[in-house]
Design a protein around this ligand. Sequence first.
Ligand SMILES: Nc1ncnc2c1ncn2[C@@H]1O[C@H](COP(=O)(O)OP(=O)(O)OP(=O)(O)O)[C@@H](O)[C@H]1O
Ligand SMILES: [Mg+2]
Length: 514
Amino acid sequence: MQQFGIYRLDLQNECLWQAEKQLKLTPRPFSVLRYLVENPQRLVTHDELLEALWPETYVQPQVLRTYILELRKLLGDNPDEPQFIETIPKRGYRFLAPVANAAGSSAGSPTPSLVGRDSELATLHAHLARARNAERPTVFITGDPGIGKTALIDAFSAQVLNTPKLRIARGQSLESFGGKESFYPVREALNSLRHVEDEKARALLASAAPGWFTPNAASSPSLGEICEALEALSQTDALLLVFEDIHWADSSTLDLIAALARRRGRARLMLLCSFRPSDIDAEHPLRLLEQDLLTSRRGEWLRLGPLTKQAVKEYLRRELITDALPSGLSSLIHQNSAGNPLFMIATLDHLRTQRILLTEKGQVTLSLPLAEIELGIPDGVSGVIELQLDRLTDQDRLLLEAGSIYGTIFPAWAAAAALDRDVEAVEESYAALVRRVRLLSIAGQDELPGGTRSAFYVFAHALYREVLYARLPAARRAQWHLRIADRLRSMFAGQESNVAHEIAAHTEAGSRAS
Ligand SMILES: Nc1ncnc2c1ncn2[C@@H]1O[C@H](COP(=O)(O)OP(=O)(O)OP(=O)(O)O)[C@@H](O)[C@H]1O
Ligand SMILES: [Mg+2]
């Protein structure tokens, strides 16, 4: 069920609800509304709509207009001052209202509510209570790629978001190039605090860490200054400070985490960090930090394991909106994914796209006997993803590979540089790709020096990017990095210092194997 304004779109019964009143819709306008609601707040072109909804049928573009007219009437939307559907002349439509997942079900959503993590959520709530009591807990969430670290943090943050006297700041360590600046995730977290309407936080951070937050300040703040700023900020109100994926964090950020975990001054601070143990070797500084905090008992570890069969079943019930799952389905998916949520989702996706799993009139059925379903046994963590990638056309895979060079989020110009192609042509190819495969979506537009705009894309999960990147032959990877470095130099000619870090990182990666 997708909710916007006072309406709820019921995907199961193909209708619209206005409070308790059911509004009837014929199938085609319903599909148009569904597509717009599932792609809110961006331009959806006529071609995109027609291709996504009726790829095999010829539908006259004018007919779309009549569907939109019908929808507007139903929603009471005035085309001159639209609340829901905006017409972008000659291009298409944009769904304006924010869309939320209404409770109960979540078809069409990539992240249905969490299953099987009640006890972990309760533990996090208990740590937050300790933080409010100025016991300043430091908590590490660890586990395999795709096991649900981010999802758990998201769910916990959402649960505590509106509790009084609590600030939440979150910073992400990046694997991609340019993300290794000192204190990158710390800056991101503190910046997020400064951007909300929070005068007190703004003033405190400006006075405690002037090096970051006063224009033209001479120097960056020291570790001590940052600790003091954070402690000052968590005297009366609590502060939940989240650092994600610290296996990629720069060493200054790790030093800060170590310092915050060890300091004893009064603070209502909860430090919550996530990382993948599989990504840190014996020499990694995080390993030493972990050892040190373990022996001094200054940290808590929440090690996420696989989902149980029961949790997988619950997920399927919610995702497929039925209590009557085909017999054996949840065992099959549980076994095949080894309880890893990312693989569970990928496996379900596979069954759907191969039309092995069918949903008709609210009934979920299998088109094959259970024993004949071949999923292929995934080999290690990236197995399912490898299988998904192998099913793509060479052209689609190449586009994804080119994007993977830059990062989980990448701009069209970088992929175009890697492929040595024209940016506009590459953007067109991506627009088509995004419609065909679920591995990538459009993240927005960016303005480049000189005023040109370039689309940004984001992988459905960081792991897709990692697997794609790792599979590339070293020589090609190197060549593509060097091309991106060259493109950065020419795009930012005269202001290279703004992107010096990125240029250096791509040049270095480019010289590794060439
Ligand atoms: N308990 C859960 N219930 C339902 N969906 C889940 C659950 N845990 C994770 N997911 C989904 O599985 C996918 C992978 O989870 P997530 O991104 O949180 O993994 P992660 O541990 O952060 O991985 P990484 O190490 O790559 O950062 C996401 O789409 C997420 O929404
Ligand atoms: Mg994650």
